[in-house]
Design a protein around this ligand. Structure first.
Ligand code: ZN
Length: 336
């Protein structure tokens, strides 16, 4: 009854793709030129660029094992992965350097999907946010690892990354790698840096939109479907399952970091939208804010102060109650 996240995203009307990166205006300009090379030769060239590094080779191996289809498709993003169609799509308007890292990024999403269902409406909103942020941070960290491995053979890939909005991740990777000489630690540092990027806010928007739509749908339905928003999947399980490289080596272990206010947070507008959608659902299903993990989700207000999504929800509920009471009082006085 309730659509999966990827189906929901595929329906459109949402400004950002789940596993794509919004590139905005430069891409719109590139579109107008209409010179995108979509030839099979180009796809082979990209595959060859991947085969020159360890992570790239493992990416290709995984793609073959999973049997995912690989296509060029014009879009507003670098690329996307569709679990429903087992398809990886790349935007031909981008440069080879950008597409090689996008290739690594999107196939990493396919790998995540093979390990666990990463964004399912059966998860509590808290777990959904932890997982949703983690899969993006992780896919972006995989890109950086590939770019690092290619630095000598093709420095243009690293340079392109350093010019992208994701540059703080490659900078963090480089710094940690210089200090420790350890790729796993560097990859982990890059992953944690994703949370400081502006793009996190776009993902918060899509996740909040999705969960709000699910809550509204559940409120409408006649039958009860208690399995939704019920699985309080732990951050430790998410990190233990997804924080590995393709060889199974655990490079990321700090599950507690994913629940800090800096990482597990949304803005006030998003918290208000989510709360308004959740309140009628929670009344129908007798769910508390704590059961949904909303007390663990930090809300960053525009003035720099912080609260929790649970507190925002409580306040909205209070306001709604007061309004209803005022309305009832008003009605009484006019009846008289
Ligand atoms: Zn992604």
């Amino acid at each position: 009854m309730v659509q999966s996240y990827s189906e929901f995203m595929a329906m459109g009307g949402i400004s950002h793709f789940p596993s794509g990166q919004n590139v905005g205006k430069p891409l719109t300009r590139a579109f107008k030129k209409q010179r995108a090379d979509q030839s099979p030769q180009r796809m082979e060239r990209l595959k060859k660029m991947l085969s020159e590094s360890k992570t790239g080779k493992q990416t290709l191996d995984f793609l073959e094992e999973k049997g995912s289809k690989l296509v060029f498709e014009k879009m507003q993003y670098y690329g996307y992965f569709s679990p429903d169609n087992n398809l990886v799509a790349l935007n031909p308007a981008m440069s080879d350097e950008d597409l090689a890292v996008t290739f690594v990024h999107e196939v990493r999403h396919a790998w995540q999907d093979s390990q666990m269902q990463t964004t399912t409406p059966e998860m509590t909103p808290k777990a959904f946010l932890v997982s949703g942020f983690e899969i993006e941070a992780d896919a972006c960290a995989a890109e950086v690892t590939y770019a690092h491995e290619m630095r000598e053979k093709n420095p243009k890939i690293w340079d392109a990354h350093q010019k992208s909005p994701y540059a703080p991740m490659s900078t963090a990777f480089e710094k940690t790698f210089k200090e420790t000489g350890n790729v796993e630690q560097a990859r982990s540092a890059a992953l944690l840096t994703w949370y400081d990027l502006k793009v996190k806010n776009h993902y918060s928007d899509t996740y909040v939109d999705y969960m709000s739509a699910v809550a509204k749908e559940l409120k409408k339905q006649k039958e009860m479907e208690p399995q939704y928003f019920a699985e309080d999947r732990s951050s430790k399980l998410i990190v233990d399952t997804l924080g590995k490289d393709y060889e199974g080596k655990q490079f990321f272990t700090d599950h507690q970091a994913l629940e800090t206010p800096e990482k597990l947070s949304i803005n006030e507008r998003q918290a208000t939208k989510l709360s308004r959608a959740m309140i009628p659902y929670m009344a129908k299903y007798h769910r508390t804010a704590e059961q949904l993990g909303l007390d663990k989700v930090t809300v960053n207000r525009a003035d720099g102060t912080r609260t929790t999504c649970g507190a925002v929800l409580k306040q909205i509920k209070e306001e709604q109650r007061n309004q209803a009471a005022a309305k009832a009082a008003n009605r009484k006085s006019t009846e008289r």
